[in-house]
Design a protein around this ligand. Structure first.
Ligand SMILES: C=CC1=C(C)c2cc3[nH]c(cc4nc(cc5[nH]c(cc1n2)c(C)c5CCC(=O)O)C(CCC(=O)O)=C4C)c(C)c3C=C
Ligand SMILES: [Fe+2]
Ligand SMILES: [Fe+2]
Length: 324
């Protein structure tokens, strides 16, 4: 008899409210994770609690307020929709789907308990990070492992480490760009903006930057773009250290100064729209580009719970089903 399979979708986590208190709670947990910030612990705790958590929550809460949805944070809104849509897509196979966040709620433990209650004995764990990094994917793994530490036994597990070059993922991205172009016309340049990580991490073996470059190259090929029509860049720098280059904001400022026409921006490291896309890319970076002299700026939304994306995720799950 084969074991009943379930799916655990994982994303980062997000504040419960767009308030300084809620943002502080989220950042305190997220930024205390050694997978995310690995500078000497005592020094980091002094900086984090003495400086960052005193200043940043208030500032960032305002940014969350500017993009907050009626039912909560965009990241949570779209993650829930993804879970429901994937659940529906896999209903004919009787595969339940739960959602957990690496930090905060819904917790790994609650999601795991819910799968167990539904009779699941083998979990396909799908972190919604197309590219694999110690700061995102490995952090999700640690969080899952910690919660399994409290479990009376460990179920069967299949870990989807990444899908950065999966033809189905590249096709879903290309499809969304083409649909956008059909509706709103096509820009002169496509900027593919990925969440950044410190450059030092690439030197010590984090596969993430290389996987982002591969995603970008494959997407450009799929769209039939020539080299001068697109560029990749890395966003969301944090702290003083050098991060992987080129930087998104500097690239857009440079393009704006050159008086470039219309730029379209897509963010292929984000499975769902969130603060870093709806605020940083769509609001902040647009301002940078236009103020520098750029003419027109369009943000192409994340794949979210769009049918092509869900179809791809369902097919990915089926590829990882354990042999009967
Ligand atoms: C300490 C530095 C950070 C690293 C390294 C990092 C990697 C990383 N992050 C994501 C995805 C997301 N990050 C988001 C928010 C966010 N990221 C950092 C810092 C690092 N991220 C901070 C401090 C924040 C919070 C906002 C802020 O204070 O600026 C989000 C959005 C969350 C939301 O609620 O909308 C996502 C998603 C990836 C994929 C990644 C490594 C590859
Ligand atoms: Fe981040
Ligand atoms: Fe940011």
């Amino acid at each position: 008899m084969s074991k009943k399979v379930g799916v655990l979708l994982i994303n980062l986590g997000t504040p419960e409210q767009p308030t300084a208190q809620s943002v502080r709670q989220f950042l305190a947990e997220f930024l205390s994770d050694r997978r995310v910030v690995d500078i000497p612990k005592v020094l980091w705790m002094i900086i984090l609690h003495g400086v960052i958590l005193r200043i940043r929550p208030k500032k960032v809460a305002k940014l969350y307020q500017s993009i907050w949805f009626d039912d909560g944070s965009p990241l949570m809104h779209y993650s829930r929709k993804q879970q429901q849509a994937l659940q529906q897509a896999l209903a004919d196979q009787d595969i339940p789907v739960e959602l957990a966040m690496t930090y905060g709620k819904p917790s790994m433990t609650d999601a795991g308990k819910s799968l167990a209650k539904q009779g699941v004995e083998h979990i396909i764990v799908l972190p919604l990070y197309p590219q694999n990094s110690r700061t995102s994917t490995a952090a999700a793994f640690d969080s899952l492992a910690r919660s399994l530490g409290k479990c009376p036994h460990v179920p069967g597990l299949t870990w989807v480490s990444d899908y950065h070059d999966h033809p189905g993922y590249i096709a879903a991205l290309a499809q969304s760009v083409e649909q956008y172009w059909q509706q709103y016309g096509k820009g002169d340049h496509l900027l593919m903006s990925f969440h950044g990580i410190p450059q030092r991490l690439e030197r010590i073996g984090d596969p993430y930057p290389k996987q982002c470059r591969t995603t970008a190259k494959l997407l450009a090929e799929k769209l039939g773009l020539e080299d001068h029509q697109w560029q990749k860049a890395f966003q969301s720098r944090f702290g003083r250290e050098e991060w992987v280059k080129p930087y998104t904001d500097e690239t857009l400022e440079d393009w704006g100064k050159k008086g470039m026409g219309r730029v379209d921006v897509i963010a292929p490291s984000f499975s769902v729209d969130c603060l870093e896309t709806l605020e940083e890319i769509q609001i902040q970076n647009q301002e940078i580009y236009l103020e520098a002299g750029g003419k027109d700026y369009h943000y192409i939304p994340a794949l979210n719970a769009e049918p092509d994306h869900i179809e791809f995720l369902a097919s990915l799950v089926k590829e990882y089903l354990p042999a009967k």
